[in-house]
Design a protein around this ligand. Structure first.
Ligand code: AMP
Length: 441
């Protein structure tokens, strides 16, 4: 990202004083690239199609113009005038917290957050009192709308967040049902980290003459992250994990997010670490909302220094101080690797991403990831649990599988190094759960 220091830049985007004050209070000095690109056209009422992933500052990119536009046309009687739909509960809660932060200096803008897996009574009560901005996950939104608790008819601004993840999670039919009920006259802000064909088609069907904004293609997001690859036999992965957590500074000095392919695996890893005296919690879709919130809170406040997550559960996790991401299993979809390691480089922070690769993963998984990155991840050869079998260097240019190197071909690839391990924290307190909130009075 090329960001030149320009403390006045937020003002130049056309944001009003109350929002500028809130931005200053949040400690933001300059807009991120996605904010610089998206805020002016969004303020002008244009539709936006944004290609940006979590960590780029996209929440503020849509929330700030949304707040300004809602505020400018504030009415006495609250009605849902802006709807933000996002795939996960954590993400919904975080967007709610962002709206609260950015809207602090505005008068009488009310918002609430609704998602499934928790009792609906409070959500319904909040809706009955009236809100201007609603943040929701698709299932609970349709459920409550179907029972008459939500009306779509006053919606002027619709934000679809993480559209590609909606597709991954099977929410696309729900999203289409929601869109079909929205007023045709509206502004739509559409965000997705990647643009597979189905998502592009969805965007086309929903947007009118959109302004396309895009930042950091997936392959460059990794620039601030030190990446290393450990070839290890499957049976030794847990031991290597415990060993690395200790050797990277130990649980007291690190905050590590571990990715597991399966929910079961996540549970087993967390249990193993606990047995080794490293406090860990697992977070995945089979856990209750309370257990997920508890695990996340413990991770945020440092009392549980290791969080083991599946991809879907991790999607909404926005924790500032993550020092290490460890891919216990390599993902099947290469873009997921980029999403995962991006958890350790929030905003401008840098971090370390360590990946385990067993014999089965060395073929397609690793090859696809390195092709997407356009570089080799630095191989660590002499570690305590090194597998005898070497990982061949991916041929970055062709689709063929890597040739076996017989152990000689390994070595340092193009993996880039970054500077400090921790980023400046203290920007955002983290996701609070959804309750009816006045953005400010
Ligand atoms: P997001 O991509 O919306 O999940 O934002 C990622 C993180 O960047 C959040 O913790 C935000 O608080 C932070 N952030 C957003 N905009 C800025 C900015 N202009 N300057 C510094 N931090 C920011």
């Amino acid at each position: 990202m090329s960001e030149k220091p320009n403390p006045e830049a937020f003002e130049k985007l056309g944001l009003h004083a109350p929002l500028l004050r809130a931005i200053a209070q949040a400690g933001y000095q300059q807009p991120t690239p996605i904010q610089a690109q998206a805020i002016p056209p969004a303020l002008a009422g244009r539709d936006i199609v944004g290609c940006a992933q979590t960590g780029t500052g996209k929440t503020a990119a849509f929330s700030l113009p949304l707040l300004q536009r809602i505020d400018a046309a504030a009415e006495d009687e609250p009605a849902i005038r802006a709807l933000i739909v996002t795939p996960t509960r954590e993400l919904a809660a975080q967007i709610g917290a962002s709206i609260e932060t950015y809207g602090k200096q505005l008068d009488d803008i009310w918002h609430t957050v609704i998602f499934g897996g928790v009792n609906e009574k409070k959500q319904i009560r909040d809706l009955q009192r009236g809100v201007d901005i609603l943040v929701a996950t698709p299932g609970r939104l349709l459920d409550l709308a179907g029972r008459g608790h939500i009306s779509f008819k006053s919606i002027e601004i619709f934000v679809l967040d993480e559209a590609d993840r909606m597709l991954d999670m099977g929410f696309l039919p729900d999203v289409k049902r929601i869109v079909a009920q929205l007023p045709k006259e509206r502004q739509t802000l559409f965000f997705s980290a990647t643009m597979p064909a189905e998502i592009e088609a969805l965007a086309k069907s929903m947007l009118r003459d959109p302004v396309a904004v895009s930042v950091t293609p997936p392959s460059t997001v990794a620039e601030r992250i030190e990446q290393r690859l450990y070839c290890v036999d499957k049976a030794d992965k847990r031991k290597l994990l415990a060993h690395l957590i200790e050797s990277e500074g130990g649980p007291s000095a690190t905050q590590t997010l571990v990715f597991s392919r399966t929910k079961h695996g996540a549970n087993r890893i967390a249990k193993y670490l606990d047995q080794q005296g490293i406090k860990a919690a697992a977070i995945h879709g089979n856990k209750s909302q309370n257990a997920r919130t508890r695990a996340l809170d413990g991770f945020r406040d440092g009392s549980t220094p290791v969080l083991v997550a599946t991809d879907i559960a991790a999607r909404g996790i926005d924790v500032e101080g993550v020092t290490h991401v460890i891919n216990f299993d390599l993902p099947d979809v290469p873009e997921t690797y980029v999403h995962r390691i991006g958890r350790t480089a929030r905003a401008k922070a840098s971090g370390i991403a360590l990946s385990f690769c067993d014999a089965a993963e060395e073929g397609d998984n690793l090859v696809d990831i390195e092709r997407l990155l356009g570089e080799h991840i630095e191989r660590v050869e002499d570690h305590a649990f090194a597998s005898k079998r070497p990982a061949a260097l991916t041929d970055l240019n062709s689709r063929s599988k890597p040739r076996s190197s017989g152990g000689k071909g390994r070595g340092k690839g193009g993996g880039k190094k970054s500077g400090s391990r921790r980023g400046g924290g203290g920007r955002r307190g983290g996701g609070r759960s959804g309750s009816a909130n006045r953005s400010s009075r």
